[in-house]
Design a protein around this ligand. Structure first.
Ligand SMILES: *[C@@H]1O[C@H](CO)[C@@H](O)[C@H](O)[C@H]1NC(C)=O
Ligand SMILES: *[C@@H]1O[C@H](CO)[C@@H](O)[C@H](O)[C@H]1NC(C)=O
Length: 145
């Protein structure tokens, strides 16, 4: 198994940086971080490692304008500016990642989102109908405000 850095361009030509936990499986699960999170968020990393242990490749990435503080260094690898909402833009980021992985002869079998990422994967699924399994983990539930 290996951890491979994969950079994807979104439809605004912003660079999205992510890591593929590659088990060699054709199927890949995309794991999406939540509000002000990133691919290094513990829950995101743990989920990818758990999938990897089951022999399933998993990809975690930073949405544009997002990225986590990694050990004292403020590392924001993906391009773009951070904003409070950006739900639709993040759904488009997933779209770019799905296209990239499909182009690399992979099959995105599931998308999983945590917290705000849960809402983003649902939004993605409401617009595109190409992913078999969509998982909303502790998504936001009251968006009236
Ligand atoms: C794509 O994957 C299939 C099944 O894993 C394999 O048979 C095929 O050769 C691959 N095609 C390319 C272009 O890598
Ligand atoms: C997403 O998860 C949250 C929290 O578990 C839940 O309240 C919400 O209803 C879920 N959304 C959908 C569309 O199932």
């Amino acid at each position: 198994n290996q951890l491979q850095k994969i950079t994807v361009l979104n439809d605004r030509s912003e660079k999205l940086v992510g890591l593929l936990h590659d088990t060699g499986s054709k199927d890949v699960v995309i794991v999406c971080h939540g509000f002000a999170g990133g691919k290094e968020h513990k829950l995101v990393v743990d989920l990818c490692v758990a999938l990897e242990r089951e022999g399933i490749s998993a990809y975690r990435f930073d949405f544009s304008g997002n990225g986590y503080v990694v050990i004292d260094n403020l590392v924001r690898e993906s391009d773009g500016t951070w904003a409070y909402g950006n739900y639709m833009k993040e759904a488009e980021d997933i779209c770019a990642v799905v296209k990239h992985l499909n182009g690399a002869n992979r099959t995105v079998s599931a998308i999983v989102g945590h917290s705000k990422g849960g809402n983003v994967v649902l939004l993605y699924a409401s617009k595109y109908h190409d992913i078999h399994t969509v998982v909303n983990l502790s998504g936001r539930y009251d968006l009236k405000a």
